[in-house]
Design a protein around this ligand. Sequence first.
Ligand code: ADP
Length: 216
Amino acid sequence: MISIILIAPPAAGKGTQSELLVNEYGFAHISTGNLLREMALTDKNISDMLSTGSLISDDIIFNLLEDRLLKDDCKKGFILDGFPRTVSQALEYEKIIKRLGVHTNIAIYLDVSKELALDRTIGRLVCSKCGHVYNEFIAESKPSVLGICDYCNAFLIKRDDDNINVFSKRYDLYCENTYPLLDFYKEKGILYKIDSGIGKDKVFEVIKSIVGDFYD
Ligand code: ADP
């Protein structure tokens, strides 16, 4: 079982690369943000916290994660998108890895400037039905018809937290809490850094060459 941790600022392309990895290798995609957004449909507290960009408590995150990791689609391997987000979550995750019997654990850092992350956040559109992510400002990520999903014809929507004010808070939280994870995984010798500004297909080529060393 392989565990691939994606680390990056908001909207740097973790979801996009996860989708490509799922299609290529059949791994499970575990996005704590998506799991929380599903929970927010019936939980107003979570919904309020997400729309302000605050971090959700570890109790909730670990409950969601542990349930998700038990599903059959995780048996080959899985991609963690949005988790761990703090060093304390990473430390707790070390125990989970041992329990699950993960044989390969790698962390991939998608490096992107604050300016590009902001552009990608402001332009992000998500399909209301299948969750596919588009960007109205990036040629290679635009839908063919404005506002409509290429795959299921459903409407594209903007996330509540994808605006300039909430972006600033999420970016600050990223710098304060998530950025230190890079040293944590570097010291373990399992960190791979990719410049996410080179375009989604090129980024994926690099990711495949990394994953290919561990998995055929
Ligand atoms: P992005 O990577 O674009 O910022 P995500 O979809 O990963 O967005 O996360 C959206 C929101 O979900 C975060 O701003 C935060 O409120 C919450 N969240 C996601 N993952 C975690 C986590 N591991 N710990 C705490 N909060 C989280």
